[in-house]
Write a protein that binds this ligand. Structure first.
Ligand SMILES: [Zn+2]
Length: 252
């Protein structure tokens, strides 16, 4: 059996555990690079909790990426492209409707894994007027180390191609500013995306983002969050001991 798919299944089941409150029913989706031209992505309608290998579809990246360069037309035309991109044309499964942002993030961020969830703690903020503030500011060092110096914020856009295009524009701006891909993306009125090289990194960054959301809400309830000063953020992010520590969080 494909070792990467096995790891993706395990990561997805972990993210789907009910007690974590990251997703319910068919919410959320995950992906990982399979080889140089294809990737695995959760199939549409599958539950993350308890998902197996049969809940994933292997997809050719190129036709999906091409869709972002030139829209094939309406939703029916997009669905046809997604259907034709499957490595196994006889498969009864359809890739998640978010397959386009998965293809784009694996490519643009040179990532191995992508995890997308709708955590309650995150969405209490993403559905508020303080969503962008939460995304771009930082409150404590481990948030900087794991979630990055800031998160990309994408205001609400319809799922599918429009969302993939909106994310791409802002991810490119982030890469232009920091010269490296983001670790976390906050989707307004929607949820969280984590980008990483290993399942361990996805799970740790996801957990830290949710912890940050809880801290933000508690700090707001007590008055105003005391954000870290802008000048302290790059210095913590670049500290050699923190880089060493970060490596322990992401490797395996
Ligand atoms: Zn979603």
């Amino acid at each position: 059996m494909d070792e990467k798919l096995t790891k993706l299944v395990e990561m997805t089941r972990t993210l789907g555990q009910p007690h974590l409150d990251y997703v319910i029913v068919g919410e959320g989706n995950t992906s990982c690079r399979a080889d140089s031209g294809t990737f695995w992505v959760k199939a549409s309608g599958q539950q993350m909790n308890g998902i197996g290998e049969s809940g994933f579809v292997q997809v050719h990246a190129q036709p999906i990426l091409q869709m972002l360069e030139q829209s094939p037309g309406d939703l029916a035309a997009q669905k046809k492209v997604m259907e034709a991109a499957r490595v196994d044309p006889a498969s009864k499964l359809m890739p998640s409707v978010e397959v386009s942002f998965h293809a784009m993030l694996l490519e643009e961020c040179n990532a191995e894994y992508v995890g997308h969830t709708h955590p309650v703690a995150i969405n209490q903020i993403s559905c508020s007027s303080r969503a962008q503030e939460f995304a771009v500011k930082r409150m404590f060092p481990d948030q900087i180390v794991l979630c990055g110096p800031e998160s990309v914020f994408v205001p609400y856009v319809d799922p599918g191609l429009p969302l993939a295009l909106a994310i791409r524009e802002r991810v490119r701006a982030y890469i232009g500013k920091y010269n490296e891909p983001p670790k976390t993306i906050l989707l307004g009125n929607h949820g969280l995306i984590v980008i990483g090289q290993t399942p361990t990194e996805i799970l740790n960054v996801q957990a830290m983002a949710v912890k940050s959301a809880r801290i933000f809400m508690g700090a707001c309830a007590l008055g105003e969050p005391a954000f870290m000063a802008d000048e302290d953020i790059p210095h913590i992010y670049r500290r050699p001991d923190e880089i060493y520590r970060r490596r322990q969080f992401v490797e395996r």
